[in-house]
Ligand binder design. Structure first.
Ligand code: HEM
Length: 447
């Protein structure tokens, strides 16, 4: 086949990889009715995780959850979370000032806190809060067990029937652990919201809004609707935390490699804030360089280089190629195509800028979020979260490498479910000067 479409066989399955935006759009967007299923992953079935939207089969349950996510995460709706995003970005500054060595834990924790506050109005109580630790365990487990080649049972489904007394071959205890975690992530936060509603203490959240909407339904309809709400909201943690954290880590590596870009971005930020205050969303239109850095991070080291596999529900023919019922994935090749992005391995934010310094529209970058009916519903949220975290960090910290660190060789590996993340690296967050410290402290006191 051509370089735009590659195919190979693995364990009797046909894998088709799409390397061109045109082909991906032609198939996933225009023929979405038959290209929007997901491959069956036996271990997820064993764990009874059918409610997890990213892996849900193309059908009514997925449609219901997806409708909710599309509605509540559309551009107009995510503006409601700006204050919360800004506040969490500033909490990160406070924590980095207090304990800079724990930077990685702070970044992970705050992304989790942001999602739990948005979805359930839940304010996390420290690093060991059960709601966050269990959601994190589930997110890690879900990405590990779905990673291609990680579990034999996914390729040889008959292994699911091996009894537990054959421990080397049985997947039953793993399935039970996954099921227990899944049930807790799915139900406990919803119970928390219902209890808060009964006490009159519920904070604004997606769960509250959606539960209030189901109140007018009949009992059976309400139970069904609540199930979809619970699944969609719990999916946000699984799909939205590790991905955003990975993007922030990619940003840090890019800055460690290119300290000059940090200076340019800081100059732009200073001109807008006058160093009288921390940046806000209102400043965004005047910060095209910072925005271009965010875009280049997503292109340079895509968070999901392989995307999530779509599966066809019937055989198809595309430009003379026969495409059987198969697993398809669109890959990093699109964002690293030298004809679209010359010197694709170089980190160059200016790709996203016009000659006059304004931001250039680039439809190809959307590939980072997938395609068609399964395109990432969280993309508008990511866009704003990523921007405010990056702008806030750069405004007050110099991000620097240790004296003997060699960041040229930070390798990326998959954390699971196709999420790519830099391997551990060292990074120092040094307040730019006394003024920077004062800004962080003043904001902390005002909170
Ligand atoms: C840098 C951050 C992120 C990236 C790069 C990213 C990328 C992706 C990609 C490539 C897909 C698969 C699309 C496809 O199948 O064609 C996806 C699916 C999904 N994403 Fe994201 N995502 C990010 C953050 C988020 C966030 C913050 C949320 C929610 C709060 C989210 C929720 C989801 C969900 C629920 C799906 C499954 C959609 C479905 O199967 O219908 N993502 N994402």
């Amino acid at each position: 086949m051509t370089g735009d479409i590659l195919s190979f066989h693995i364990f009797g399955q046909v894998i088709v990889v799409l390397n061109s935006i045109k082909v991906s759009k032609d198939l996933f967007d225009k023929r979405g009715d038959i290209y929007s299923d997901r491959p069956v992953i036996p271990i997820l079935d064993m764990m009874k995780w059918g409610w997890l939207v990213p892996f849900a089969r193309y059908g009514n349950f997925w449609r219901q959850g997806r409708r909710l996510l599309d509605r509540d995460l559309r551009p107009g709706a995510v503006t409601a979370y700006r204050l919360m995003q800004q506040m969490k970005a500033r909490v990160l500054l406070t924590r980095l000032l207090a304990s800079p060595d724990e930077w990685e834990a702070h970044i992970e924790q705050l992304q989790g806190e942001l999602i739990l506050a948005m979805t359930y109005g839940y304010e996390v109580q420290g690093h060991n809060d059960r709601k966050i630790t269990v959601a994190r365990q589930m997110a890690t487990l879900s990405s590990t067990v779905t990673f291609p080649g990680c579990l034999l049972v996914n390729d040889l489904p008959f292994l699911r029937y091996i009894p537990e007394w054959l421990p080397w071959f049985s997947y039953k205890s793993l399935a039970r652990l996954g099921h227990e975690l899944g049930e807790e992530v799915l139900h406990k936060p919803m119970e928390f919201v219902k209890e808060s509603m009964a006490k009159g203490t519920a904070r604004p959240s997606l769960a509250l809004k959606n539960l209030q909407e189901t109140e007018k339904l009949s009992r059976t309809e309400r139970e069904k609707a609540e199930e979809a709400v619970a699944g969609a909201l719990a999916s946000m943690y699984a799909a939205g935390t590790d991905t955003t954290v990975s993007a922030i880590m990619g940003f840090l590596v890019a800055i460690l490699l290119h300290p000059d870009l940090q200076t340019t971005a800081q100059r732009e930020l200073d001109a807008v804030t006058g160093r009288e205050r921390l940046p806000t969303f209102e400043d965004r239109s005047k910060l095209p360089f910072v925005d271009a850095v965010c875009k280049e991070v997503l292109r340079w080291r895509p968070v999901g280089p392989l995307g999530l596999p779509h599966s066809t529900t019937e055989d198809d023919v595309y430009e003379g190629f026969f495409i059987p019922k198969a697993t398809l994935t669109a890959c990093r090749g699109i964002l690293h195509n030298p004809e679209v992005y010359p010197e694709p391995d170089a980190f160059k934010p200016e790709r996203f800028l016009e000659a006059d310094g304004s931001l250039r529209d680039d439809p190809t970058l959307a590939a980072t979020y997938g395609y068609g009916k399964r395109i990432c519903p969280g993309r508008h949220l990511v866009d704003t979260t990523f921007f405010i975290f990056i702008a806030s960090l750069l405004s007050v910290f110099n991000i620097e490498r240790g004296k003997d660190d060699d960041v040229r060789h930070v390798e990326y590996s998959f954390t699971g479910a196709g999420i790519s993340r830099p391997n551990p690296f060292r990074c120092s967050f040094i307040p730019r000067d006394q003024r920077a410290e004062e800004l962080i402290i003043a904001d902390t006191m005002a909170r």
